[in-house]
Design a binder for this molecule. Structure first.
Ligand code: PCA
Length: 320
């Protein structure tokens, strides 16, 4: 009956849809995050294009589900769509985490090329769980936040280090730091309570969490360019009228392009904000870069030993 009513309404023009749908869409990140601004625009684009037949309500800052539960909430159909940090799934399959491997892709151009190689593999993995990716957007390159300048990897030794995925946890451990998982929204509290003393993240997350309140130095090591992904439950998507499906896919393509453009603007803007607030922007020393690169090389070797053939194919496609 519901399908009939929707179809009929579409025949009369989307605006008349008696059974307009509303989708809840959780994201772990706060309202000031450019990703959140972008997905709200995505939602608005869908609503406009479908003349209200599909309304997507964005729930920011982990308010609907904690970050670690978002993927399974979409999978089980508790929510039809959501956003999360792709490499948080690296323990499920190493293919998800390749964008967070140090010094594999360190620029937007590299990151785009890596996503092109990664997308078919990620799509297939998600498909096996009844999920479908809609779009993926990179964060700015990741830099180091500390109190005082870090001149060599040895200076990281013993620091309680904020981590956001299994890859960074491994990285911190190899630097002899002590990794502690902390969500982006909880960064200020984790620093002020002494739970962590240092972190690696983008200028976006650094500035949004007012890093100057708890650290004085930002070192742009630019070691990787990780991504968020917006995923939909395939059954929920298939239930939509074809015209609405098309509108969602078109808005997703637009959001991916717009998101990468927003991301590229963030680096300069947010580094300037940190500077204005008194932080020292320290160029990484050659010794530090060398030390970090050797950790990266060790990690990539381990990755290649453990990755599936499909995951390894991402790397060879990307490198060729
Ligand atoms: N910000 C998010 C993920 C990567 C980034 O730049 C975070 O720190 O959790």
């Amino acid at each position: 009956m519901r399908r009939f009513v929707t179809t009929l309404a579409l025949g009369l023009g989307l605006a008349g849809a008696a059974q307009a749908e509303t989708w809840d869409m959780p994201t772990p990140y706060g309202d000031a995050t450019f990703h959140t601004v972008n997905i709200r625009e995505f939602a608005a684009d869908v609503e406009t294009a479908t003349e209200g037949a599909l309304t997507i309500t964005v729930h920011s800052a982990g308010s609907l589900f904690p970050h670690g539960e978002i993927k399974n909430a979409i999978r089980s159909g508790q929510v039809p769509a959501g956003e999360f940090f792709l490499s948080t799934l690296a323990n499920e399959d190493l293919a998800y985490g390749i964008d967070s491997q140090p010094f594999v892709a360190t620029s937007y151009d590299d990151a785009k090329k890596l996503w092109a190689a990664q997308k078919p593999v990620v799509t297939k993995l998600l498909e096996g769980q009844g999920l479908m990716p809609l779009f993926s957007v990179a964060w700015p390159a990741q830099g180091l936040y500390t109190n005082g300048e870090i001149k060599t990897v040895d200076d990281l030794s013993g620091l309680r280090f904020r981590a956001y995925n299994p890859v960074l946890e491994q990285f911190a451990a190899l630097a002899k730091a002590a990794p502690v998982q902390v969500e982006a929204a909880d960064i200020p509290q984790a620093f002020t309570t002494g739970q962590v003393q240092a972190m690696i993240t983008s200028p976006s997350t650094g500035a949004n969490s007012k890093a100057w309140d708890f650290v004085d130095t930002y070192t742009p090591i630019n070691a990787w360019v990780p991504k968020n992904i917006v995923v939909v439950n395939k059954r929920a998507f298939d239930r939509l009228d074809p015209a609405v499906q098309e509108a969602v896919l078109a808005a997703a393509a637009t959001a991916e392009t717009r998101g990468w453009e927003m991301s590229a603007k963030e680096t300069e803007e947010k580094v300037a904000v940190m500077k204005e607030n008194g932080m020292t922007i320290a160029e990484p020393s050659p010794e530090l870069v060398e030390g970090l690169q050797s950790i990266g090389a060790e990690m990539l070797e381990a990755w290649e030993e453990q990755a599936s053939d499909d995951a390894k194919a991402i790397l060879s496609t990307y490198q060729n």
